[in-house]
Design a protein around this ligand. Structure first.
Ligand SMILES: *Cc1c(COP(=O)(O)O)cnc(C)c1O
Length: 379
């Protein structure tokens, strides 16, 4: 089945009692048993809920994976994965990681005796150099946030296999429409469903998709034991969002290209970060592992002054200044003070994240209007 057909049909079935074509919101905490232990597969909604089951099946199908697991947020999904580790284990991750992941790793799990190495992962030799006999997890996010570096998933998988470590790909920026990491050798794909997957800026949720049965069993044990599960209404919203994922992503990519090209030609713009440009340092990897280049773009103004970037952000009319990304509406952000403020200034600088960098999540409006907005804001 092709992607668009799966986005609409995979994992979901008409409701057996009424024939309702849309998955009902099973707003219930518990399920009546005929006799002790004699039930219909549902006992308690932290463990299983029919709305969540259909979403998990749909998520697995879109990534060509076997099992999906949904969580109350992207962070709860990441938290569940890190719980696979033991004190003394080591993790290698990228040095321009999502700020919340960096915070969870360094402020929570580092205090439990897990060691994290942050390296520029678009250079695979840096990853290989960080491997030790304690490396248990390699954490890839690609394209990275907000510098849009692209990490070679197949190459990272080869390093992970050699090290005997598990490979996770945070696929939030790409979605399975643009890349399917399990098919490139990843053991787990992780999502903040809050972003492109739900797509309408109206819910916070996360997910993990895996192929391996034993890994699924361990993760679902933590999902239930720790309890970071989503409610059925949020699962419904994500299911509804997924039905248009392919159409939305197509438009995000088209608009992304137009906006990136406009910015690149603008005399007041010094640098544009977008993996679709042929001169992007990792363009070849992006072209190999992605179906298109997405709608996330970052840029720096001539002179690289923070106050100029803030003036542009204040003038935007359509690119609303807000945290988050991946919704139908265009958003703008200032990573140094917003999404990446939890990364210390020194570490931001080392990763090349300048204080004047502006990040855009290009929405699915008409591109002409978006370009008009950029024109009036940048001048
Ligand atoms: C937003 C985001 C997360 C965290 O997800 P939440 O749903 O906000 O908890 C993780 N990774 C990336 C790349 C993100 O953009």
């Amino acid at each position: 089945m092709k992607f668009g057909t799966k986005a609409i049909h995979a994992g979901v079935h008409p409701d057996p009692t009424t024939g309702a074509i849309m998955t009902p919101i099973y707003q219930t905490s518990t399920y009546v048993q005929r006799s002790p232990g004699d039930h219909k597969g549902f006992e308690y909604s932290r463990t299983h809920n029919p709305t969540r089951t259909q979403l998990q099946d749909a998520l697995a199908a879109l990534d060509n994976g076997k099992h999906g697991l949904a969580f109350a947020s992207g962070m709860a999904a990441i938290d569940c994965i890190v719980k696979l580790l033991q004190p003394g284990d080591e993790v290698i991750s990228t040095n321009d990681l999502y700020g919340g992941s960096y915070r969870l790793f360094t402020k929570v799990y580092a205090t439990y005796g897990i060691k994290f190495h942050f390296v520029p992962m678009h250079d695979m030799t840096a990853v290989e150099a960080a491997v030790t006999d304690k490396t248990k997890l390699i954490w890839v996010e690609t394209p990275t946030n907000p510098l849009l570096n692209v990490i070679d998933i197949a190459a990272a998988s080869a390093v992970a296999k050699k090290a005997g470590a598990l490979l996770v790909v945070d696929n939030t920026f790409s979605t399975p429409y643009l890349q399917t990491p399990l098919e490139l050798g990843a053991d787990m794909v992780m999502y903040s469903l809050t972003k492109y997957m739900a797509g309408h800026s109206d819910t916070v949720m996360g997910a993990v998709v895996v192929n391996d049965d034993e890994l699924h069993e361990r993760l679902s044990f933590f999902q239930n034991a720790c309890g970071g599960t989503p409610g059925p209404q949020d699962c419904f919203l994500v299911l509804r969002g997924l039905k248009t994922l392919h159409i939305r992503m197509q438009r995000h990519c088209e608009n992304g290209r137009k906006v990136a090209e406009y910015l690149k030609a603008h005399p007041k713009v010094e640098k544009v970060f977008w993996p679709g440009f042929a001169d992007h340092p990792n363009h070849d990897v992006a072209a190999k592992q992605m179906n298109d280049f997405g709608g996330m773009i970052s840029f720096v103004l001539q002179g690289d002054r923070k106050e100029d970037a803030i003036a542009v952000l204040e003038k935007f009319q359509l690119f609303s200044l807000a945290e988050s990304l991946g919704g139908v509406e265009s958003l703008s952000g200032h990573p140094a003070t917003m999404t990446h403020a939890s990364i210390p200034a020194e570490a931001r600088k080392a990763a090349g994240l300048s204080d004047s960098l502006i990040r855009l999540s290009v929405g699915i409006e008409d591109a002409e209007d978006l370009i008009e907005d950029l024109k009036q804001a940048i001048g």
